[in-house]
Design a protein around this ligand. Structure first.
Ligand code: NAD
Length: 248
């Protein structure tokens, strides 16, 4: 039976690259997106081009009802949930904490922490062998920011990703006995549109040049680690947090 993976925020960037690679490795793919349906359709075309089934799932990961509806629609269509990639995440323009307003902080933590926790919960509810599932693998997207702290840029985002590291450690211990592996990938400076949404489109290229490998990474390079962690090749790996940072 073909395995099925649900990826949040898959209309572009690392989520899209993961969708395409997972499809090439034989997974059916659920493509969650928040608003850009045209971009999500492009991801679906890449998945189908790789010979796999694609399902578009619109929904805000910070909205509990939308998250539950998304997982329900996914399992209705594919009949199973083997993999889940907790990828959707946001940054806001660089500022010192003293200048951040409450609305910004709430938005960052609502999406990156509350949304990611809700999605992980729904994945476990369907994968856990104690709850009628047949096991599975969850991969959370953290960030090198979780250990660097991102001073004067976004300590809010950095803290939200530290929560993802802690979720990975705790949840992996909680659900390992239930047949569910939980790991994280911690990207560094990856060339995607997220930097433009933080006001600095050239951020990955400029800062990437200062890493030990001397360049920014690509979304495809991050996807390789994610899809490996989803796969049976990583069957004894859980609670791991893999840096894909060019040594940063
Ligand atoms: P991106 O901005 O290109 O893609 C993120 C996607 O998530 C977008 O399509 C966006 O629409 C979606 N999204 C945001 N909020 C959402 C919500 N509430 N509901 C549903 N979808 C939502 O970013 P990316 O660079 O591909 O990042 C993917 C993940 O990797 C994020 O969690 C990010 O924090 C993490 N990351 C990225 C980098 C990097 O340098 N690019 C570095 C470290 C970590």
């Amino acid at each position: 039976m073909t395995k099925a993976v649900l990826i949040t925020g898959a209309s572009r960037g690392i989520g899209r690259a993961t969708a395409r690679l997972a499809a090439a490795r034989g997974w059916s793919v659920g493509i969650n997106y928040s608003s850009n349906e045209a971009a999500a359709r492009e991801t679906a075309a890449l998945v189908e081009g790789a010979g796999a089934r694609a399902l578009l799932l619109r929904g805000d990961i910070a909205d509990e009802a939308a998250v539950i509806a998304m997982f329900d629609a996914f399992t209705r269509v594919f009949g199973r949930l083997d993999g889940f990639v907790n990828n959707a995440g946001i940054v806001a323009p660089g500022l010192p904490l003293a200048d951040m307003d409450a609305a910004r902080l709430k938005r960052i933590f609502d999406t990156n922490v509350f949304g990611a926790y809700l999605c992980a919960r729904e994945a476990v509810r369907r994968m856990s062998m104690q709850r009628g599932g047949h096991g599975g693998a969850i991969v959370n997207l953290s960030s090198a920011a979780a250990r660097l702290g991102s001073p004067n840029e976004y300590v809010d985002y950095a803290g939200s990703k530290a929560a993802i590291d802690t979720l990975t450690i705790g949840l992996s211990k909680e659900v390992g006995p239930q047949g569910v592996r939980v790991n994280a990938v911690r990207p560094g400076l990856i060339d995607t549109e997220i930097h433009a949404s933080g006001g600095r489109p050239d951020r990955a290229a400029v800062l990437g040049a200062q890493t030990p490998l001397g360049r920014a990474g690509s979304a495809d390079e991050v996807a390789e680690s994610i899809v490996w962690l989803l796969s049976d090749a990583a069957s004894y790996v859980t609670g791991a947090i893999i840096d894909v940072t060019g040594g940063r």
